[in-house]
Ligand binder design. Sequence first.
Ligand SMILES: [Mg+2]
Length: 257
Amino acid sequence: MALRLVCTDFDGTLLPGIEEENRSISSEFFACLDRLRKQEGAVWVINTGRPWESLRLEFEQRGFPYWPDWVVLGEREVYRIDRRIPIPHRAWNQRSAELHRHLFAATLPLWKRLRQFLRHETKAVYQDAEWSPLEILASDAAEADRIHATILDWIASFPDLSVQRNFEGFRFSHREIHKGSALEAVQKEIGFDASSTLAAGDHHNDLPMLDRRYAAFLTCPANAIPEVKARVRDQGGYLAGLPASRGIAQALSRFGI
Ligand SMILES: [Mg+2]
């Protein structure tokens, strides 16, 4: 089956982390993807936790030779990109907003308890944000691990609630809304399914889409966290030997061309 839908996370999967000297996205990645676009009519989705404005700035400042066809923002909202303008998938985004509104209203005591924990027992910064009653940034990786364990323990009694972790950052969401289900929403719109889809990610919040239910072709760059590598490996995916976009170019070469 030809590869016709390429779904990539952005930070860490295409864009190297801030610790890297060279933070460019490799021309080889764009060349591989462009061949697939021309030969197979492939569609590119960037599936990220970022909001649109910060993503758009990256596209512009880094001089992307072309932009994705679709984006998933905040690990939940789906947009088609038309002449560099994001056009919302209204039905999906409204359902997501409604599910979250009800869920977050029904879990108020948890947010109070978590704020007290963060204030008194951590150095994390946190705020009430557009997509989540709490967005948390731990002060370092060890603290993030401790906060993550506490959150997982406390949300166990709220079966509809899940947490998305990306490095030291945390955001909450409904268990049905994540990068995987958002990718599926794109697939339904464009008429491609898992059998022609590649998913690429590097961190915790990518785990839901790194699933053969959503993508027959799974991959991660060399810098992916061990949990992601294990998930990709266990499902017969491809662990790239190179980091970030250079690794995803390897995967596209292997799977697609
Ligand atoms: Mg990432």
